[in-house]
Ligand binder design. Structure first.
Ligand code: BGC
Length: 840
């Protein structure tokens, strides 16, 4: 990957002149956002405002609104599970096109914190547990986004690897571990991907909160030569002087913040050097030049009108985007178990397929938090399989079987109509203090959000009215979610009338852990009922958000299980879709347990007992316990697969596409076996006491076997690994080219991720038992032999020397192994690193 060129000398000279032409107030004004998602303009410098938008699984834009939908990618863990840099780069180009469509200049993505503990709330939003894999996939993501002229942001710098007390936690981590693990992906994104922004995290590291941390100056800006903008995480900046003197450049969101007039005064008093302010402004103007926001400067990448993914720098048409997202979801799906060729299912032998489970009929396409977008659409597993199987004459049956989470689902346009017009959807009215209607409009769903900028001024009450149509007999759950006063009336009955408070004190609690209340209403199938909710947002909250939701009547739990087992028994094959939701895996809090919620384990056991051809599909962002895993014939992990989830799943289950994914993170059998689990700080501190032994490195050190090891994943063909060759010696500081020969022994064309690992028996420095050193993707026809060229970068042989504060290479012998996963290393060779004569 070639990083984008550095800005030319002429542009740098012009930026210097522009900075020199601005007085202190004007310069400082630029360094805090103008709003939640925009920066200030400065007409005198030819600078327009820039728009920042969240990611990484889509580009939300400035509003979260059902009228402004976004292409929803598989969650980042699923992207890393592809191990496919060129695919991820193409997805980055799609994101750039989406950003342009939404008038965004900066995408606040990717998230390259490491999956240190499977309990981490944003596990699904991170790429992997390995710094090399995260660095390479993350750099490809950045390269793709920026090739489209949109800036990418490496976040959250650094050690923001869990969510508990994320605003205040002080992560205690030694220098070597920081360098070799947590900083490593950021280094790759800056140096190989050429990221134009880095986001300073909420947490602290070794005593300094990240917006004031010396790590911003070094290694980021100094040693790595980062010439872009360090933006704060939203509301992460808590000081004037300390953050301004540290290398933070831009405070978000705006317009209020701790810089502004305070910073002007601090500069005037000599507490912050004006040169520090100038440097920040220079970086902001450089970013503006890159994204085309600075008059007269050529943007770093031309903004094309209607590009195709195959043509660099071009946005795809909707059908091309759908195809790309479908292929990506399949490429990231990991088949962890497949006994006796259960998969792929041969459609011609099937008459009826039962698609069961709580995640079958609802598309759980994404995790929760700032990553969320309103997807263009989302194909559920049930819909995807119905679309694929019905034309083949295969009947698809369904039962819920078990519930995941107790929550109500947002009301959809299919379930309700606007009482004013009779059209599908709900009626939204904004009322002022006197009850006068300020705005009235139809909306498609009961999920309503007014971002960090809050509601239109003067709106005191949000009113949502809908005619709900019951589709089944029984008690319907109706509920509201949000922070503020809620009054919910349905069919004349008052179900809620109270103040709802957030359930945590996180900075984003109003959106991440809102209050929830509801009640039940008995209805008959076909009956219609008027539902109205009046919501008075908390004026102190930074955002206004509410959900009006409904829960269809369900049988008592035991009967649901019996029913699902009966439906499974009557089918030729059963697909059970289990997992979590965006309320279980979310930004803002860590998971309390790795167990599947509700009675899902029981559901799998009952279905597998009823139908020997049972395929379990695990629809979660991170690892969950699968206690029955050896008693079912096939298990496929489909992650939070994005809007094409159901179609991709059908492609994989029916063998139209191979499940291409390999685990980017270890799946332990039992939570209590996981070597690095703790995410709760003690006395405000979270000690990374395991040092460099995280993920598979920790399992290897503990000598324990997980359920599914890092790198594991089956395809639909089989491979024999024949030979690994590498030069016997490699000079210190040089890359190594290894070659792995393998043969496709099966009857299908296949794709394989060839992984190379290093280990070293005796060493003067502490090392992991084994570490990923390189990987390459190959494809081969049945019977074909291919050679994977695996580049092992010089860094893979290096360690961080705390004494010397630099990377060093210990000469001597390393074992290079190659194989299908960290636990299935089939070939080995020996490489000796030799000190070159030039080494001092
Ligand atoms: C998250 C960031 C996000 C920002 C803006 C923060 O709470 O940590 O990842 O970009 O909000 O939504």
């Amino acid at each position: 990957m070639t990083p984008p060129p550095a800005p030319g000398a002429a542009l740098e000279a012009r930026i210097d002149a522009l900075v020199a032409g601005l007085d202190l107030e004007r310069k400082v004004r630029l360094l805090t956002g103008a709003s939640a998602w925009t920066t200030h303009d400065e007409p005198a410098a030819g600078l327009r405002a820039m728009v920042l938008s969240d990611g990484p699984a889509g580009v939300r834009g400035q509003v979260e609104d059902d009228r402004s939908t976004s292409a929803n990618l598989p969650c980042p863990t699923a992207l890393a599970a592809t191990w496919d840099e060129s695919l991820v780069e193409r997805l980055g180009r799609l994101l750039a096109a989406e950003a342009r469509r939404k008038h965004a200049d900066v995408l606040l993505a990717p998230t390259v914190n490491l999956q240190r503990t499977p309990l981490g709330g944003r596990h699904f939003e991170c790429l992997s547990e390995d710094p090399l894999l995260s660095g390479r996939i993350g750099a490809a993501y950045v390269a793709g986004v920026q090739a489209g002229g949109v800036a990418a942001t490496a976040k959250h710098y650094v050690a923001n690897d869990s969510e508990t007390d994320r605003f205040t936690v002080d992560v205690r981590v030694d220098e070597c571990t920081l360098r070799e693990l947590y900083l490593a992906p950021f280094e790759r994104l800056v140096q190989d991907g050429g990221a134009w922004l880095v986001m300073a995290a909420y947490n602290g590291v070794n005593g300094a909160t990240m917006t004031e941390s010396p790590l911003l100056a070094d290694p980021l800006k100094g040693e790595w030569g980062f010439d872009g903008v360090v933006v704060s995480d939203w509301s992460a900046t808590r000081s004037t002087e300390a953050s301004a003197r540290a290398a933070l450049d831009l405070v978000m969101p705006g317009p209020h913040g701790p810089w502004g007039g305070e910073l002007v005064a601090a500069v005037r008093d000599g507490r912050v050097p004006e040169a520090a302010v100038d440097d920040k402004v220079r970086r902001l103007l450089r970013l503006a030049a890159r994204v085309g926001a600075l008059e007269g400067a050529d943007p770093a990448a031309a903004a094309p009108d209607r590009p195709v993914p195959s043509a660099p720098g071009t946005p795809p048409a909707p059908e091309e985007a759908a195809g790309l997202l479908r292929a990506a979801a399949a490429a990231g799906s990991v088949l962890v178990r497949n006994q006796a060729g259960t998969l792929p299912l041969a459609a011609d032998g099937l008459r009826r397929v039962a698609v069961l489970g709580p995640n079958a009929a609802v598309a759980r396409a994404q995790g929760g938090g700032s990553v969320r977008v309103t997807p263009d659409y989302a194909v559920s597993p049930l819909d995807g399989l119905r679309t694929a199987l019905t034309p083949l004459g295969v009947e698809v049956t369904h039962a819920l079987g078990a519930r995941v989470g107790a929550g109500v689902e947002p009301l959809t346009a299919a379930q309700a109509s606007d009482p004013d017009t009779g059209e599908p959807g709900v009626r939204l009215r904004l009322l002022d203090e006197r009850g006068e209607v300020l705005r009235s409009e139809r909306r498609a769903s009961g999920r309503l959000r007014w971002s960090w900028d809050g509601l239109p001024r003067r709106a005191a009450t949000v009113e949502v009215a809908a005619r709900l149509r019951a589709t089944a007999d029984g008690a319907h759950g109706l509920g509201v979610v949000g922070v503020g006063h809620f009054r919910l009336v349905a069919g004349g009955a008052v179900l809620v009338d109270e103040d709802l408070l957030p359930e945590s004190d996180d900075v984003g609690a109003a959106s991440l852990t809102p209050g929830r209340r509801g009640g039940r209403l008995p209805l008959r199938a076909g009956e219609e009922v008027e539902v109205t909710v009046r919501y008075r947002p908390d004026p102190a909250a930074p955002a206004a958000r509410m959900t009006l939701g409904v829960q269809a009547p369900a049988l008592p739990d035991d009967q649901e299980l019996d029913h699902a087992a009966a439906v499974a028994r009557d089918a030729d094959a059963a697909v059970v879709v289990i997992g979590t939701t965006d309320e279980i895996e979310s930004e803002g809090f860590d998971r309390a347990s790795l167990a599947l919620p509700g009675r899902q384990d029981e559901l799998v056991r009952r279905v597998a007992a009823a139908n020997p051809r049972t395929v379990v599909v695990v629809n979660s962002g991170g690892p969950v316990e699968l206690p029955w895993r050896d008693q079912v014939p096939a298990i496929l992990l489909c992650w939070f697969g994005g809007q094409e989830l159901g179609n991709a799943l059908a492609d994989v289950l029916l063998g139209r596409v191979e499940p291409g994914g390999r685990l980017p993170t270890t799946w332990g059998a039992r939570e209590r076996d996981v070597p690095v689990l703790e995410a709760r700080p003690v006395g405000g501190r979270l000690r990374y006491g395991e040092g460099i032994h995280v993920g598979y490195r920790a399992w290897a050190r503990a000598g324990a076997a997980p359920a599914y090891p890092f790198g594991h994943g089956l395809g639909y063909t089989t491979w024999s690994y024949e030979q690994v060759t590498a030069p016997a010696t490699v000079p210190v500081g040089e890359d190594l080219g290894a070659r792995v020969r393998l043969r496709n022994r099966g009857r299908r064309t296949g794709r394989e991720v060839v992984q190379a690992y290093l280990s070293r028996r005796s060493s003067a420095v502490e090392r992991p038992a084994v570490w990923l050193a390189g990987f390459a993707v190959v494809q081969a026809e049945p019977g074909e032999t291919v050679t994977a060229e695996v580049r092992v970068a010089a860094r893979a042989f290096q360690h961080w020397s705390v004494a010397a504060h630099r990377w060093e290479t210990e000469p001597g012998g390393f074992e290079l192994t190659a194989g299908r996963s960290v636990a299935d290393r089939l070939l080995a060779t020996h490489v000796t690193v030799v000190a070159s004569q030039l080494q001092g």
